[in-house]
Write a protein that binds this ligand. Structure first.
Ligand code: ATP
Ligand code: MG
Length: 345
């Protein structure tokens, strides 16, 4: 099996796939990006004149005939499960279908870029903003897990973020599961090993905790510009994830709050039991949270994450802050739920 070690940025797809004019009833206009197994196009649903993103997966090319039926069944089952999710930080799936051997998913067209944009040392987000983003993603994953949907490929490339509006969405729910249908012809097994939990790499059963591990790896990269586990070879990387401790983040960036190191010790634990499920624990990792609503610095000084009421860090006397944070936690939960309902999704 070949695993994609590119962090999801390099495509294993051959350049052979020309853009079809349409898939199902969706008219395709241009390519938005390529992944390990699919191409994402911008398109339009002529029936209701809605702009959409269409992810195309050439199942008939990717799977041997004996695996094709199983891959197809799994694809539609996963699309249906993902389609039932309704959360402000999860991409909305509109439709799934198959056209001439190509399976496709029509979904909400997202603005912005994936978070890979903010994973290099020169372009890191402010600490509090990165933590706020990951706390919201943790909530979204918690919701998905409660609905029996595990993502299996959480990484910055699968998280779209639009800094001016603050729109933040997880994409590709369950798509990595397709690889369980058997070997693809190109040998690609979906999932990105640098972000995978020890149990996922070892082929053990994958639960929600695995997603939380991958989210912690993503946060580590967003804060430091480095991956916690690196290896030149697959066996080397697997060994590091399974056995070796990650470098202390304060050794990489002394300015980061020391409490985050204790947080990562738990969130990147080798055995199941990560701590990312609770967003308050994650917030507690920052000793002095900088106001998350404040304008970002450097390259993105003009951008701001608009925070909804209830998740804003308010300045105030030290003694008051802990109390406020506690209350904010409750309000944030209510605000999130209310927002989800108002969206009617
Ligand atoms: N709903 C969407 N709206 C707008 N652009 C999208 C949407 N979904 C994906 N994209 C863009 O298409 C690109 C390719 O996505 P794709 O999921 O195929 O690849 P990937 O996430 O980089 O890798 P992987 O195949 O491992 O998921 C993304 O990086 C993103 O820029
Ligand atoms: Mg993707």
């Amino acid at each position: 099996m070949i695993l994609d070690t590119s962090g999801g940025r390099g495509s294993k797809l051959p350049a052979r796939m020309p853009m079809p004019a349409r898939l199902g009833r969706y008219e395709l206009t241009h390519e938005l990006g390529k992944g390990a197994m699919g191409v994402v196009y911008q398109g339009r649903d002529p029936r209701i004149n809605r702009e959409v993103a269409v992810k195309a997966i050439p199942l008939a090319d990717e799977f041997d005939p004996e695996d094709l039926e199983q891959a197809r069944t799994r694809f539609f089952r996963e699309a249906e499960m993902a389609g039932r999710l309704s959360h402000p930080h999860i991409v909305t799936i509109y439709d799934a279908g198959e056209d001439g051997g190509t399976a496709y998913i029509a979904m909400e067209l997202l603005r912005g870029q994936h978070l890979v944009e903010y994973t290099t040392a020169a372009r890191l987000l402010p600490t509090a903003v990165a933590i706020e983003i990951v706390a919201r993603l943790a909530d979204a994953l918690h919701y998905a897990h409660q609905n029996q949907v595990v993502h299996r490929d959480i990484k910055p490339a699968n998280i779209m973020f639009d800094a001016p509006s603050g729109e933040l969405k997880i994409t590709d729910f369950g798509i990595a599961r397709l690889s369980d249908s058997g070997r693809t012809r190109t040998g690609v097994v979906l999932g990105t090993p640098s972000f995978m939990s020890p149990e996922q790499l070892q082929g053990r059963p994958v639960t929600g905790r695995s997603d939380l591990f991958s989210l912690a790896v993503s946060l580590y990269q967003l804060l430091t510009g480095q991956l916690p586990f690196r290896g030149d070879t697959m066996p080397g990387l697997m060994m590091k994830i399974a056995q070796e401790p990650h470098p202390r983040i304060c050794a990489i960036h002394p300015a980061l709050p020391p409490k985050l190191d204790a947080f990562f010790d738990r969130a990147l634990a080798k055995e199941p039991g990560g701590a990312l499920r609770k967003r308050r624990e994650l917030r507690a990792g920052t000793a002095r949270p900088e106001p998350a609503g404040k304008a970002l610095t450097g390259h993105a000084a003009e951008r701001q994450i608009p925070l909804r009421r209830g998740v804003r860090h308010r300045p105030g006397p030290r003694a008051q802050r802990g109390h406020d944070r506690h209350r904010r936690g409750h309000r944030a939960g209510r605000a999130g739920r209310r927002h989800g309902r108002l969206q009617g999704r």
